[in-house]
Ligand binder design. Structure first.
Ligand SMILES: N[C@@H](CCC(=O)N[C@@H](CS)C(=O)NCC(=O)O)C(=O)O
Length: 204
């Protein structure tokens, strides 16, 4: 397998999941602005949508859309426990969380990553959008569970960890969400996370 990634982007969640299952994979960094990979390949031919993550699997097919790619990775090693078994209510909860992280939480950061970052009232509205989703995660963790689905780390946690970590880069302090802060600290200690962040150049 080969993961096309951009350091610290949502592709980091897939990178973490691949490490969690101890997968055999290669990495290829992408400059999404130039649509070139680090070896000069035309990324628009690899993922016509032009964004990461993209995962080339051994059949030659390229998978895209983070929530789907994460589930593919989890299915490669069910015993790693990154996703509850399909058809169970726990798996439905996972689907809900992946959809929440992808279409609500991730997208709430969109304004900050636009070519013209928001200022003034537009920034306040964008911060409020992130805060609303952060409140949901804060409340989901309020029963002292370790992870979003309970005590088992799942692909939804890998994705939520990456997105929540963008807060610092856009100037949103996490102090008002103590459960989220502790949750991120807990996930940051996982060997799979440290290894992925080191190899993306995000940690020394
Ligand atoms: N719908 C896609 C969106 C992926 C996405 O937003 N990727 C971002 C990085 S987090 C990206 O590559 N954006 C293009 C860019 O940064 O130029 C998914 O869920 O995987």
């Amino acid at each position: 397998m080969k993961l096309y990634y951009k350091p610290g982007a949502c592709s980091l969640a897939v990178h973490i999941a691949l490490n969690e299952i101890d997968a055999d994979f290669e990495l290829e960094k992408v400059d999404t602005s130039a649509q070139k990979t680090e070896v000069g390949a035309d990324f628009s031919k690899i993922n016509p949508n032009g964004y990461v993550p993209a995962l080339a699997i051994d059949s030659g097919e390229v998978l895209s859309e983070g929530a789907a790619v994460l589930q593919y990775v989890a299915q490669q090693k069910p015993e790693a426990g990154l996703a509850p078994e399909a058809g169970t209510i726990e798996n439905t909860r996972l689907q809900a969380l992946l959809n929440f992280v992808s279409s609500e939480f991730h997208k709430s950061f969109g304004p900050f990553f636009s070519p013209v970052p928001p200022e003034g009232e537009a920034r306040e509205a964008a911060v409020a959008g992130v805060a609303r989703r952060m409140d949901f995660i804060e409340n989901s963790l309020s029963d002292r569970r370790s992870f979003l689905l309970g005590e088992n780390f799942s692909i939804a946690d890998a994705y939520a960890f990456v997105v929540a970590s963008w807060s610092g880069h856009v100037g949103i302090a996490l102090d008002r969400w103590p459960n989220v802060t502790a949750y991120l600290q807990r996930i940051a200690l996982r060997p799979a996370v440290i290894k992925a962040m080191r190899s993306e150049g995000l940690l020394a």
